[in-house]
Design a protein around this ligand. Structure first.
Ligand code: UD1
Length: 422
C-alpha cells in the first residue's frame, strides 16, 4: 500500500489548480442513464471514485470514454442492458446508490445493492427510498438489495425530507425529470453540486425550478436529450488547499476558486486571521500575521461550514493560539483523525460530536494512519506544519478524492513524496 511522506518545510508560495468537483461529477455521471443520447462532462477530476462510477455505469450497459487524460468524460447509455448494480461495485462507494433513481425513472425497474456502512457513520439510504416511494415506486428490500419497480412509470409527488440529504435530493431530482407530472422537493439540499446537477439536467431538456433553494419543483418530461456540461470546481479540494498557506505561512493562489462556493468557511478563515482575496483567476490566501487564532466551528448543510472540511480545519486549529470547539452535526463518527493528530502532539479532547482543540506551538512529525478521505488530507496538512517527517499510511483513501496531491503541494514548495508500496 502506498504511503505519503511529508516534511515540514516552512512557508508555501505559488499557484494550485483546483479540479472539477468529485461530488458533482459522481452525480452528473449517473444522469447519463436518463437519456439515450450522449452526455459529455468536461473539467472532470481524475480520481479513483470516478473510475469506480465508470465501472458501475459500464456494468449497466453505458459507454464511458475518457478523453484528454480523463478531464473529459464521454458517456452514452443507448440502452440499459443490465438492471442490477452489484454489491461488489456498490460497496466500494456509497454514491453508487445514485444510479437507482435514473434507472428506475427510465426503465421502470432496477435492483441496486444497499451501500452498507462506512467509516464515518451508519449513513442509511432511507431518505432516497422514501423519495422514490413518494413518486410511486414499489420497493422491496431483500438479500441486501433494493428491488425497485414502477410498472406504469414514476409519477410526480410531494417529497418532504425530514432532514437535508445531498444524495437523496440528487436521486429524487434525477428521477423526477422523467416522472409524469409535477414533483416538489421540500427541504432540499442546496449544495453547489445540486445546482450543477440541475443545470446539466436542464441542458438535457429537464424542467426544473428552485435549485439552490429549499424547494425544488420539477415538471416531468417524456424524454431527455444529450448535453455537454463543465463540472463545477471542487469546493472541498479548494478549501483544503486554502488551508495549506494558512497552516504553513506564505501565499498561495487557488486557481478557479470562488468565495461563493465556500462563504462560511472563508468567514472562519477571516476570524482566524487569514486573508482571502478573490481575483479574476481564483482565491489568494495568506496569513495576516503570526499564529492563527482559534475559532469555533459547527458543521452544517450548505451554506454552512462543510463537514468535508472539518478534519482539515481541525489540523489548522491544532497549531492555533487558544482553544477551539469543533462540533460535527452531519455525521456521528467523524473525528477519527483526532487520535492520529494527537500522535503528532496535538491536544484534542473528543466528547460525542464535539472536539475541543487546544493549540500548540508546534506539531511533531510521526507515522499516522489515514482513516477516511478527508482525514487523510488533514494529516498531510498537519505534516506540512510539523517539525520532522510525517508518514501517512493507507493513502488509498486520499486517491479517491484528491488528484495529484504530491504535484499540487510540491508545486508550491512543500516537501512531499509518495512511497509506492508492494
Ligand atoms: C454527500 C457527499 C459527502 C458529504 C455529505 C454531506 C457525495 C458523493 N458525498 O454525501 O462528501 O460529506 O454529502 O455534505 O456527494 N442520511 C440519512 N438517510 C439517508 C441519507 C442520509 O439518515 O437516506 C443522513 C446521513 O447519515 C448523514 C446526513 O443524512 O448523517 C447527511 O447525509 P447526505 O447529505 O445524504 O450525505 P451524502 O449524500 O451521502
Amino acid at each position: 500500500m502506498d504511503s505519503i511522506v511529508v516534511t515540514g518545510n516552512g512557508p508555501l508560495h505559488g499557484q494550485i489548480a483546483i479540479a472539477g468537483a468529485k461530488n458533482a461529477c459522481l452525480t452528473l455521471m449517473p444522469a447519463t442513464l436518463l437519456s439515450e443520447e450522449p452526455l459529455t462532462l468536461t473539467n472532470a477530476p481524475r480520481l479513483s471514485d470516478i473510475r469506480t462510477m465508470s465501472t458501475l455505469l459500464e456494468s449497466l450497459g453505458a459507454e464511458v470514454a475518457q478523453m484528454q487524460g480523463g478531464q473529459v468524460l464521454a458517456l452514452a447509455s443507448h440502452a440499459i442492458t443490465n438492471h442490477r448494480a452489484d454489491y461488489d461495485i456498490v460497496r466500494k462507494m456509497r454514491a453508487s446508490i445514485l444510479v437507482l433513481g435514473p434507472m428506475l425513472a427510465r426503465e421502470g425497474h432496477a435492483v441496486v445493492s444497499l451501500p452498507g456502512g462506512c467509516a464515518i457513520g451508519a449513513r442509511p439510504v432511507d431518505l432516497h427510498l422514501h423519495a422514490l416511494e413518494a413518486m410511486g415506486a414499489e420497493l422491496d428490500l431483500r438479500d441486501g438489495y433494493v428491488h425497485a419497480r414502477a410498472p406504469g412509470g414514476l409519477r410526480g409527488g410531494r417529497i418532504a425530507f425530514p432532514m437535508v440529504s445531498v444524495g437523496a435530493t440528487e436521486n429524487a431530482l434525477m428521477a423526477a425529470t422523467l416522472a409524469r407530472g409535477t414533483t416538489v422537493i421540500d427541504n432540499a439540499a442546496r449544495e453547489p453540486e445540486i445546482v450543477d446537477l440541475a443545470q446539466c439536467l436542464r441542458k438535457m431538456g429537464a424542467q426544473i425550478e428552485g435549485e439552490g433553494t429549499h424547494t425544488i419543483t420539477i415538471e416531468g418530461v417524456d424524454r431527455l436529450g444529450g448535453a455537454t456540461h463543465a463540472v463545477v470546481p471542487d469546493r472541498i479540494e479548494l478549501g483544503t488547499y486554502m488551508l495549506a498557506p494558512a497552516i504553513c505561512g506564505g501565499e498561495v493562489t487557488c486557481l478557479g476558486g470562488r468565495i461563493d462556493l465556500l462563504a462560511a468557511f472563508c468567514e472562519k478563515l477571516d476570524e482566524a486571521g487569514i486573508d482571502v482575496t478573490e481575483t479574476e483567476t481564483g482565491l489568494t490566501v495568506a496569513r495576516r500575521n503570526g499564529r492563527v487564532r482559534a475559532v469555533d466551528v459547527v458543521t452544517e448543510p450548505f451554506p454552512g461550514f462543510p463537514t468535508d472540511l472539518q478534519a482539515q480545519m481541525m489540523a489548522l486549529m491544532c497549531t492555533a493560539q487558544g482553544t477551539s470547539v469543533l462540533e460535527e452535526r452531519i455525521f456521528e463518527n467523524r473525528f477519527m483523525h483526532a487520535p492520529e493528530l494527537m500522535r503528532m502532539g496535538a491536544l484534542i479532547d473528543v466528547h460525542g460530536g464535539t472536539a475541543t482543540v487546544t493549540g500548540v506551538e508546534t506539531l511533531k512529525g510521526a507515522p499516522v494512519m489515514a482513516t477516511d478521505l478527508r482525514a487523510s488530507v488533514s494529516l498531510i496538512l498537519a505534516g506540512l506544519a510539523a517539525e520532522g517527517e510525517t508518514i501517512v499510511n493507507r493513502v488509498y483513501h486520499l486517491d479517491r478524492g484528491y488528484e495529484s496531491v504530491e504535484e499540487k503541494l510540491g508545486g508550491v514548495g512543500a516537501r512531499i513524496e509518495r512511497i509506492t508500496g508492494q
